[in-house]
Design a protein. Structure first.
Length: 140
């Protein structure tokens, strides 16, 4: 995730808890508001934990569209590292596009070579969308 430091910074500003979920140990700041949850099990164990625990009042940062869909269904707000916000209104289209592109790749059709490199503009947009999500939750 290219925006971890930004998440930590914003969480400190708002005095929010950050939960990192992974299947192996990872570095994290020495901060009592940053928790690392280690999960074991099958390939999607981290995604399953996140989807099972995320709900209204939570912001999930992920670029994984199926995980985003599960979190949106659970009531969480979802922001991608590049600043795209997934909602009830747009997650279906994102899933359909992802599935179509997967289908093309499975049949050998060129799909464009992946996402563009992460940019300063992406980082700025992410920070703005994360702040907007937190403000919306605090107003609700």
């Amino acid at each position: 995730c290219p925006v971890k430091e930004e998440v930590y910074l914003v969480a400190r500003r708002y005095e929010l808890k950050v939960v990192l979920v992974a299947n192996k140990p990872m570095r994290r700041p020495d901060d009592e508001n940053v928790e690392l949850v280690l999960v074991e099990g099958q390939f999607n164990a981290a995604d399953d934990w996140i989807a099972d625990h995320a709900g209204a009042g939570d912001v999930v940062v992920t670029g994984d569209i199926p995980l985003a869909a599960r979190c949106v269904r659970g009531g969480a707000r979802v922001v991608t590292p590049s600043g795209r916000v997934y909602t009830d209104e747009n997650i279906g289209g994102a899933l359909a596009t992802r599935d179509l592109m997967t289908h093309f790749r499975d049949f050998g059709a060129a799909a464009g070579g992946g996402p563009p490199p992460f940019s300063k503009k992406d980082r700025s947009r992410f920070l703005q969308r994360l702040d907007e999500a937190i403000q919306a939750i605090s107003r609700a």
